[in-house]
Design a protein around this ligand. Structure first.
Ligand code: BTN
Length: 284
């Protein structure tokens, strides 16, 4: 069993609740099959710095693929592009260790795949229809309900997922919401373990599909959930800011944007903001 240098102490009660949420029910995963990984290790904590750090440490000690690190709260949750991920009680904070059999150039597809798994889990549990803002923000009513972070180190990949389940929106950034606020009246979910468990199961099932068949089946399932197509957007990359109309997701997972010139250009990375039509029409 790998040893953790972190001060965080594993919580057996949380680990039991998560194990039950993942394995103790009839599988509702509808994509592919749940891979035959056996019972993958689960590390659960009441509070940590970041589940990413713990997962990287475990990965460096050869923790098996599928190892799940869960926390009920994070003190130093991290987001994309060096941002902080605000992680108070009421959220599900997970990191999953993977050892992808596919070429490094395809690794960014894992964040799209995880967005798909998360959106599907939310739809199934809460009876609402989330959309995905490329590359991987999961939105409800235009506000962010979940975020995804993919980090590769020394041959292992750690996928981090943060979902606001019952989190008080007052504790979250202004463009965020929580699941409890948005779900359908007839289908309510407020258990972070149930949410984490369903996301994990779908993530692993999609990962198995991707490992065997590549991005094509993921893309097919993802495209109807992409909330951007046909919309005027502003795209910020490390070197430029562009405006155009989001057009498609290509075979590699890049966002295809129709620029003013009519040119269709694929982007591998970037931040997307939806423009109101008036802003788009009034552009200089
Ligand atoms: C983003 O949208 O910026 C990505 C947010 C990723 C947050 C999750 S919460 C679990 C894992 N641990 C972290 O410190 N970050 C990721």
């Amino acid at each position: 069993m790998p040893k953790l240098s972190h001060h965080a102490v594993r919580d057996p009660a949380l680990e039991t609740a998560l194990t039950r949420a993942i394995w103790g029910q009839t599988p509702s995963v509808k994509v592919g099959k749940f891979p035959d990984w056996g019972l993958t290790p689960i590390y659960a904590f009441k509070r940590v710095g970041s589940t990413m750090e713990i997962a990287h440490e475990l990965a460096a000690q050869d923790a098996p693929q599928g190892t799940l690190v869960f926390a009920a709260r994070q003190e130093q949750g991290r987001g994309r592009l060096g941002r902080t991920w605000v992680s108070p009680d009421g959220g599900a904070y997970c990191s999953i260790i993977l050892r992808p059999p596919r070429p490094p150039v395809e690794i960014p597809q894992l964040s799209l795949l995880t967005g798909l798994a998360t959106a599907e889990a939310i739809r199934e549990l809460a009876g609402v229809s989330p959309s995905i803002r490329w590359p991987n923000d999961v939105l409800l009513n235009g506000l962010k309900v979940a975020g995804i972070l993919v980090e590769a180190r020394d041959g292992a990949v750690v996928v981090g997922i943060g979902i606001n389940v019952t989190t008080d929106p007052a504790d979250l950034p202004p463009d965020s919401t929580c699941l409890q606020r948005c779900q359908s009246p007839s289908q309510k979910v407020s258990d972070t373990f149930v949410v984490a468990g369903e996301v994990y199961r779908r993530m692993v099932a999609w990962y198995d599909v991707w490992s065997q068949f590549g991005f094509a089946p993921v893309r097919e399932a993802l495209r109807p959930l992409m909330g951007l197509f046909g919309e005027p957007i502003q795209l910020s990359t490390a070197s430029e800011q562009l405006r155009g109309v989001a057009s498609d997701l290509d075979e590699q997972g890049r966002l295809v944007v129709r620029l003013d010139s009519g040119l269709l250009r694929p982007f591998e990375m970037g931040e997307v903001a939806l423009l109101r039509n008036s802003e788009f029409e009034g552009r200089t």
